[in-house]
Design a protein around this ligand. Structure first.
Ligand SMILES: O=C(O)C(=O)C[C@]1(C(=O)O)C=C[C@@H](O)C=C1
Length: 362
């Protein structure tokens, strides 16, 4: 099946699965697709945007939402899934959810939810995460016997917490930990959270920058009901203003290969059984000089085991996986379309999760 479509027909794309074969459906949207302008944080257009995030006010996810949409109305949600549902039910326009951290790795729950829900990735935002240890005013470090926080935050501060010799307790989010300590007057506990959370809940910062690595970055995805459709005539555009965010060596790379830098695409797929199939899939990108920025595998929840009738050994059972890949190219580019056409030869399922501008600012 060919991915070469007349450019004026390039309004949208969609993959669907039908009885084991993957069908590619191209269709025209009647509504005007979202463009880069919908993402730009200009005070004029983001003032009305409601953005869902998981956690209490003061959570890092809220800071990530405000980094992209400084004037937005942030909407706290108890669970990640509630944030997905808030977008689906039109309660908010966008959701901002953490997907990976430079110290703690992937946030698997959100990979699973991306597949279960039909939202589109329309952007990403990278946030420098500076963790603080905080307790009720008057409480000293020596009095702290337990530390409450989000499991990711606890793992990012592993070294400091081991040195303190405290009990770690996982809660839903960092700011929620601070709120819990404040509202229950816990004098034997501290929270790992942002300095903003300390301010909001009236806690005293005992130590700042307690993450194991100074450069602690969390990458968040921005999700929406509609996808961004990169237009062919816009695909190589990088605003000169944006260039000032990069070092001079990177700037010259951008000017040489603007398209690679501007957009990235996230996909999820499953593979047929066979030797070297994943190797072949990776080669469809390598052969076209498309850079991969992330690969993640997750068990298939509904079909975790693959049963193979091996003539020498009888029935063999393997784990069956979903693969998530991010690559540096826009779906408007023929070589990206060709790569996915080629990938389809080995895939039993393929879905484009989104095509969006990469965030290189921290
Ligand atoms: O608990 C928060 O403050 C969050 O926003 C969640 C979260 C995460 O899930 O990774 C976000 C950023 C930090 O990496 C730690 C926690």
């Amino acid at each position: 099946m060919s991915f070469l479509v007349p450019s004026d027909f390039y309004h949208s794309y969609k993959f669907a699965v039908g009885y084991g074969r993957v069908f590619l459906i191209w269709f025209k949207w009647s509504a005007e697709p979202l463009s880069l302008a919908d993402l730009s944080p200009s005070p004029d257009n983001d003032s009305k945007v409601r953005v869902a995030y998981q956690g209490f006010p003061g959570a890092f996810s809220e800071a990530a939402a405000l980094k992209v949409y400084p004037q937005c109305e942030t909407v706290p949600c108890e669970q990640f899934e509630a944030a997905f549902k808030a977008v689906e039910l039109w309660l908010v326009e966008k959701a901002v959810l953490p997907i990976e951290n430079s110290l703690g790795g992937s946030i698997h729950r959100n990979y699973d939810l991306l597949l279960r829900h039909r939202l589109h990735i329309v952007g990403e935002v990278q946030l420098a995460v500076n963790h603080c240890l905080m307790a009720l005013p008057g409480v000293t470090k020596d009095e702290v016997k337990r530390v409450l926080s989000h499991p990711q935050a606890l793992s990012q501060c592993e070294h400091t917490l081991s040195t303190l010799g405290v009990i770690r307790e996982s809660v839903d989010d960092t700011a929620g930990a601070a709120q819990f300590i404040a509202s229950n007057g816990l004098r034997d506990a501290a929270a790992v959270a942002s300095s903003l959370a300390a301010k909001i809940y009236g806690l005293n910062i005992l130590a700042s920058g307690i993450q194991d690595d100074h450069d602690n970055i969390t990458r968040f995805l921005i999700l929406a009901r509609e996808p961004i459709i990169p237009k062919t005539n816009k695909r190589f555009k990088v605003k000169l203003l944006e260039l000032s965010n990069y070092s001079s060596s990177i700037q010259s790379n951008i000017l040489c290969s603007k398209s690679r830098f501007a957009f990235q695409t996230s996909i999820v797929f499953t593979l047929e059984e066979g030797p070297g199939v994943l190797f072949k899939v990776l080669s469809v990108f390598a052969l076209r000089n498309i850079n991969l920025t992330k690969i993640e595998s997750r068990p298939q929840r509904k079909k975790p085991l693959r049963v193979v009738d091996d003539s020498n050994n009888g029935i063999a059972k393997y784990f069956d996986y979903l693969f998530f890949i991010d690559f540096e190219a826009s779906m408007a580019e023929p070589h990206a379309q060709n790569a996915l056409g080629h990938l389809q030869e080995f895939a039993t399922f393929l879905r484009v999760l989104g095509c969006y501008p990469a965030d290189s600012t921290v």
